[in-house]
Design a binder for this molecule. Structure first.
Ligand code: FES
Length: 149
């Protein structure tokens, strides 16, 4: 993996923030993930790093208790089916994401949406795909923060 020239400059800015370069490991991994869609090896302990390539939109659907009783599993299955062959969208199941009052809730690149039914969720995802909504990066960084894939 090699950074693009733009991301190399961004990496240098990140490293310069820390008194010891290795302290920049996590933000550099996020930068690498936002560029290439995933990272490998050093990240198995941290669920926000994807160990296999993902689409530019990561849809995280909660199926924990509040979402479970409000249709979270059905929402997950419907979105998994809808995006089965969609390279741009990766659907994943997540544990409680601390938005139980929005159940059933999903995140798209770490932005919360809820409560949503299948139709509302599909509309939201399509709005991100068509850039009616501006998605964060797959690491949750706002694009206007200067890091984009
Ligand atoms: S149970 Fe789904 S956000 Fe808490």
């Amino acid at each position: 993996m090699a950074f693009t020239p733009e991301n190399r400059a961004r990496a240098d800015e990140i490293v310069a923030r820390y008194p010891v370069a290795k302290s920049a490991t996590l933000p550099l991994l996020h930068l690498a993930q936002d560029q290439d869609g995933w990272v490998s090896r050093v990240c198995s302990f941290y669920t926000m790093f994807k160990r296999e390539p993902v689409g530019q939109l990561v849809v995280s659907v909660c199926t924990n208790v509040s979402c479970l009783v409000n249709g979270g599993p059905e929402l997950l299955r419907a979105l998994e089916d809808r995006h089965l062959d969609d390279d741009d969208v990766s659907v994943e199941e997540v544990e409680c994401i601390a938005a139980c009052d929005l159940a059933p809730v999903m995140q798209v690149n770490y932005d919360y949406h809820g409560p949503v039914d299948v139709e509302a969720a599909a509309t939201i995802i399509d709005e991100y795909k068509s850039r009616v909504r501006t998605p964060r990066t797959i690491s949750g960084t706002r694009v206007d923060a200067g890091v984009a894939r």
